[in-house]
Design a protein around this ligand. Structure first.
Ligand code: F3S
Length: 404
């Protein structure tokens, strides 16, 4: 029995955490999970107490039973000095990553594990943290996970189990809000604005979108990230697009949840709510929240080719180490660096020590095409956001100014 110490103290403690969690949510039993995506992989989030807990768990001889990828960390493991990150944060992040790796984690340090090999099948039970990754796993991949916190995800990695409640059950996957989209969506920034608007209304509900056709992977990624940041959405359906949409339509027909319409007016309002910077200056441009796919990196490189980012404006293209490796191979990193921008891997402004970086580097404003980052930037990064599409962001880097 895992809970009675037969498998060692780490497994025993992990089982206790999961059983207690299951008790709170009245779970009938624990189920097997096939993968974990670990939140709390940044020392900025874990803090010293979390770091100590993970190191103690490793010292107690814990090993991971299922494939476990690490979420975004606090540093770029190569460029942390250039970014303005302190030695002390870098040391702590190295310790945290080493402890996770010691237990068997794959140190991906990205919020898009599904772009780098951690791709659950439909109906697979997994234990993932990081709200944008959870929304993608549940909605686009039709896997099953709750928004796992750090201790629960760690316990699931050690035991390969999770309590059966919430989004793991059919009965909680039906839609609570119907969203009729009656405007064309032009690229990921519109999807982000839509997600931001709907997340504020849906809260922790399950939106069902009608009127959206053929979104790309990057657009779905951005929609989920925005829904999960302005609200606490962990699952959405899109008619004729996401895998559970047929079942979700039947659910909507019989349960008749509240309906809202979203048109150009609502999208424009979302843009102006997200665009909070009063001054036109742009100190930092950040693309890649969630982390860029290789297609997005190529798009940035295409726009920057032969151009030069203005002095005193920093430009981060955030992504994972595997995508960065591909960008190196394809010559995209060189194009981006030649223009004076950086590909930043393993981290992002929200999970790096951004308040310290902003004060050290004198950043006050950020231009971004991410609704999630624009939403979090004032509170979590001390940066006032400009929100617009990729071309606007790149132009603002070249001009050093935001042009609406
Ligand atoms: Fe990913 Fe960081 Fe944004 S974890 S979704 S890049 S806030």
């Amino acid at each position: 029995m895992m809970a009675d110490g037969e498998h060692g103290p780490a497994v025993e403690s992990a089982m206790k955490i999961l059983v207690a969690l299951g008790g709170i949510f009245e779970a009938e039993k624990l189920v097997d999970v096939t993968s974990v995506h670990m939140p709390g992989s940044s020392v900025v989030v874990s803090g010293d107490a979390g770091l100590q807990f993970v190191e103690d768990t490793w010292q107690a001889d814990a090993t991971f039973k299922v494939p476990t990828t690490l979420n975004t960390g606090a540093i770029d493991f190569e460029l942390w000095r250039t970014l303005g990150i302190s030695e002390s944060i870098a040391d702590k992040q190295h310790r945290l990553t080493r402890a996770y790796e010691g237990m068997g984690a794959i140190s991906l340090h990205s919020c898009c594990p599904y772009l780098s090999g951690n791709i659950p099948r439909a109906s697979e039970q997994v234990a993932w943290g990081e709200s944008s990754a959870v929304a993608y796993a549940n909605s686009v991949l039709s896997a099953r996970t709750n928004r796992e916190g750090g201790p629960a995800a760690l316990a699931s990695a050690i035991t390969g189990k999770a309590p059966l409640y919430g989004y793991r059950l059919d009965e909680n996957r039906g839609s609570t809000l119907v969203v009729r989209v009656d405007t064309e969506l032009a690229g990921i920034t519109d999807y982000g604005a839509l997600g931001y608007h709907v997340g504020r209304i849906a809260g922790d509900g399950v939106p069902f979108f009608a009127g959206i056709s053929s979104p790309t992977t990057d657009e779905l990624k951005m929609l989920g990230a925005a829904l999960a940041s302005s609200g606490a959405v962990a699952l959405f359906h899109i008619e004729h697009v996401t895998p559970e949409s047929e079942w979700a339509s039947v659910f909507v027909e019989s349960n008749k949840p509240e309906e809202i319409d979203v048109g150009q007016g609502e999208l424009r309002d979302a843009y102006s709510l997200l665009c909070k910077a009063k001054e036109t200056s742009v100190d930092l441009v950040c693309i890649g929240c969630p982390h860029c796919s290789i297609q997005e990196v190529a798009e940035v490189a295409g726009l920057l080719k032969g151009k030069r980012v203005r002095q005193n404006t920093a430009f981060w293209v955030c992504t994972s180490a595997p995508v960065k490796t591909l960008a190196d191979r394809l010559g995209l990193t060189k194009t981006i660096n030649d223009a004076g921008a950086l590909i930043v891997r393993d981290t992002c402004p929200v999970l790096a020590p951004m308040k310290d970086i902003a004060s050290k580097m004198n950043y006050r404003t950020v231009a971004t095409n991410s609704a999630k980052l624009a939403n979090y930037a004032p509170g979590q990064c001390n940066l006032m956001p400009h929100y617009g599409d990729l071309k606007q962001c790149v132009n603002s880097a070249i001009e050093g100014k935001w042009a609406p």
